[in-house]
Design a protein around this ligand. Structure first.
Ligand code: ADP
Ligand code: MG
Length: 698
């Protein structure tokens, strides 16, 4: 008896040879085969008679070959021209460079064909024509089954040399052989509450829809049957996440206390009243810190929403509890910025704060490593140098990873391994679309700062082309005359022969002439750390009017008096980067301006990005646009992110089902055994989400 997990070769008509072929393409079991879903559906229920065709119509026709010939052309090679008739009229089908189609004698006179394509008018021949249509031969000797005509017919991607038509037969046979021997891994309870059809119905109808099924929705992967399979993939993923979150709660971690003394210390560092969002988020963090389990939390918030102070509040709690804290940043500049901030914000508390950079001298590094090991340093800030093997903490209780999107999951775990289940707070600089956060960080609890500190005036964003340089310069001049400061950002450091970009250096020279009586500085990645630091400090102190820079200032820099950000060749930057850069202004009470300069030739995608930037400053909205433009893999930076590969699900179009799956998985959070069994059953399906990979990462 055939079962879903039987090998494909046991389907009648497949046999060992084809079975081997299919296996080589990842189709091992009957279920794998059935999850090879049709790529499209054609309505062959009623064929349009040839004398009723209309130009522009997408349709299937059924007709016999009347005659075929090869036309030699100078521009389009050999065109295969087939004339077909159904008795009512004639139609042409033409394939450019289609000489090869002659070889297998498909188009010999009298052959019955089904053809699918768009009806065009051929001015040359004055007839209707299909250009490069899809076609299928209907054999007269075949039993007149209704698999290929007289119904909505599934079209499959040709695989391992098996044609769409052959696939249709194999799938049909498999379904017939299975009968009702199809066990649904999705519990009825779940199906019912989510309104999803059962597995047997779904498999039957996704391959062989009935007349009542909506063809358009089928073709858009939007039928109830498609939903079911997409849901299943998301549900499995979310169940695994729910399980991991649950298991994480059973681990004994470092536990902090927050008595009056600790609370007073936290209050001492606050230079302002926290926003309600900051208060709420801190409360969520404190709940975790006080609990037995280690914290595993993702802190999301738009650029400038005030994540830094929340991080430092957590650090104070850790240190006051006698533990060390580590703060890891993705770049040297950002680590330095945090270090400066830390000394300023924590100044009153007499903490020993160290910084670990990859660039520092050996002796200095060694000294820092020793102080980390002895526990002398309360807080260590650094780049990935922090996770290098020789750093050993005496008592690491809190790990904060800033700008998570630049680190892989692995690096986060490496730093965590330096302590015994330390509390971990992951911060993102740029908002991540919700769907992506749910698939990438579903194992973390989520806190969101969804409110900006008070007293901000929204940044005005404008777009100019190079032709309007004069106008832009006068805008900058005006701001500087009023005592404000300005950033001018260039995408590249040195003139490259191939890419015609103004370099920061060249730009700096020009600007120095234009603004001869102003104080300018040039900041770029090749400068020594001390030089960068000195320039940043001077800019922060108001001793520099115009800071010309490469993207090294992208993150973290915070100068409230800087009100203009000019980005040269803005079309070369991604949305997240532009948003980060823009976030450097608008940090004080003055109205700020972001000027996006582009050349004349901007790609369509570049134009979309600029348009989005001009229309909103909401980082979460921009993140969604970015996701639409680039797709989940690019946005997540697939290689290191561990974004699961879905078989049918799509984060862009199926967000609704992802939400549904997450809610449903949440309901199973307390049903330990059942949930594990469910994960077992769902994950025995081939392909799709890779739960094994997910499990090993954690
Ligand atoms: P980000 O979330 O991008 O890291 P920061 O933590 O750097 O944002 O905060 C941006 C700016 O807002 C800083 O100058 C910070 O001092 C200020 N800030 C943060 N929270 C508040 C608040 N509640 N009230 C006033 N200013 C605040
Ligand atoms: Mg920050």
């Amino acid at each position: 008896m055939l079962k879903l997990d039987s090998e494909v070769q046991y389907i009648k008509g497949v046999g060992p040879k084809r079975g081997e072929l299919l296996r080589s393409r990842g189709i091992r079991t009957v279920e794998d085969l059935l999850l090879h879903l049709p790529r499209a559906y054609q309505d062959r229920a009623r064929f349009v008679p040839l004398n009723a065709l209309k130009v522009g119509q997408e349709t299937a026709i059924q007709a016999k070959v009347y005659r075929s010939r090869v036309l030699e052309t100078r521009t389009r090679g050999r065109i295969l021209d087939v004339i077909l008739t159904d008795g009512t009229s004639f139609v042409h089908a033409k394939w450019f460079h289609g000489g090869y189609l002659q070889q297998n004698k498909v188009f010999s006179a009298g052959r019955r064909l089904v053809m699918f394509g768009r009806v065009e008018f051929d001015h040359y021949e004055s007839t209707f024509v299909f250009f490069n249509p899809e076609f299928e031969v209907i054999e007269e000797t075949d039993d007149p089954s209704s698999l290929d005509i007289g119904r909505v017919v599934p079209i499959y991607e040709e695989l391992a040399g098996i044609t769409s038509r052959q696939f249709r037969r194999i799938v049909s046979t498999a379904l017939a052989q299975l009968g009702s021997n199809i066990e649904d891994p999705l519990p009825e309870e779940v199906r019912e509450s989510c309104g999803l059809p059962d597995l047997k119905t779904s498999l039957q109808r996704i391959h062989f829809p009935e007349t009542s099924d909506d063809l358009t929705r089928l073709n858009h992967r939007d039928s109830p049957y498609h939903h079911r399979f997409i849901f299943e993939e998301f549900f499995l993923l979310e169940l695994i996440f729910a399980l991991r979150r649950h298991q994480a709660r059973t681990v004994k971690g470092v536990r902090f206390h927050t008595d009056d003394r600790v609370r007073d210390q936290v209050k001492r560092i606050l230079p302002f009243h926290p926003t309600n969002a900051q208060k709420r988020v801190l409360k969520e963090i404190v709940e975790d810190l006080k609990a037995e389990y280690p914290m595993n939390r993702l802190l999301q918030g738009d650029v400038g929403s005030g994540k830094t102070i929340v991080a430092f509040e957590s650090i104070v709690i850790a240190v006051e509890n006698g533990y060390q804290a580590a703060l890891m940043a993705p770049t040297e500049i950002l680590a330095e910025q945090h270090f400066i901030n830390a000394r300023r914000i924590l100044g009153g508390l007499n903490y020993n704060i160290g910084v670990m950079r990859s660039g520092i001298r050996k002796g200095e590094k060694q000294a820092t490593v020793e102080k980390i090991a002895s526990g002398e340093l309360h807080l260590v800030i650094g780049t990935h140098a922090l996770i290098e093997e020789h750093t050993q903490f005496r008592k690491l209780g809190l790990v904060i990873v800033d700008e998570q999107h630049r680190f892989g999951v692995l690096q986060r775990l490496q730093l965590m391994a330096k302590g015994e289940n330390p509390n971990t707070l992951v911060m993102t600089a740029t908002p991540i679309p919700r769907t992506l956060a749910m698939t990438l960080y579903g194992d973390l609890d989520l806190s969101v700062i969804d409110e900006m500190p008070p007293g901000r005036t929204p940044i005005r964003t404008v777009h100019y082309t190079e032709r309007e340089t004069e106008r832009v310069l006068s805008m900058i001049r005006k701001e500087i005359e009023e005592g404000r400061q300005c950033y001018i950002v260039y995408p590249l450091i040195e003139e490259s022969e191939k890419i015609d970009l103004k370099s920061a250096t060249e730009g700096f020279t020009k600007l120095a002439e234009i603004f001869a009586n102003r104080r300018l500085a040039l900041l770029h990645g090749r400068l020594k750390s001390e030089e960068k630091e000195a320039i940043m400090a001077a800019f922060a102190a108001g001793e520099i009017d115009i800071l010309v820079s490469t993207t090294v200032i992208e993150v973290g820099v915070d100068v409230a008096n800087a009100t203009v950000m000019l980005i040269e060749h803005a079309e070369r930057f991604g949305i997240a980067q532009l948003h980060q850069l823009r976030g450097r202004v608008g940090r004080g009470a003055h109205q700020s301006l972001c000027i996006l300069m582009t050349g004349h030739a901007v790609s369509e995608v570049g134009r979309q990005r600029i348009k989005a930037m001009v229309s909103t400053t909401d980082g979460f909205k921009l993140a969604e646009v970015d996701l639409q433009i680039r797709g989940p893999g690019e946005v997540a930076g697939t290689r290191q992110s561990g974004l699961p590969e879905f078989r049918n699900a799509n984060l862009l179009t199926d967000a609704y089902l992802l939400n549904l799956a997450q809610k449903e998985a949440e309901l199973w959070a307390t049903r330990d055994e059942e949930r594990e069994r469910l994960i077992q059953r769902l994950s025995t399906r081939g392909g799709g989400v890779n739960p094994a990979g997910l499990v090993t990462v954690g």
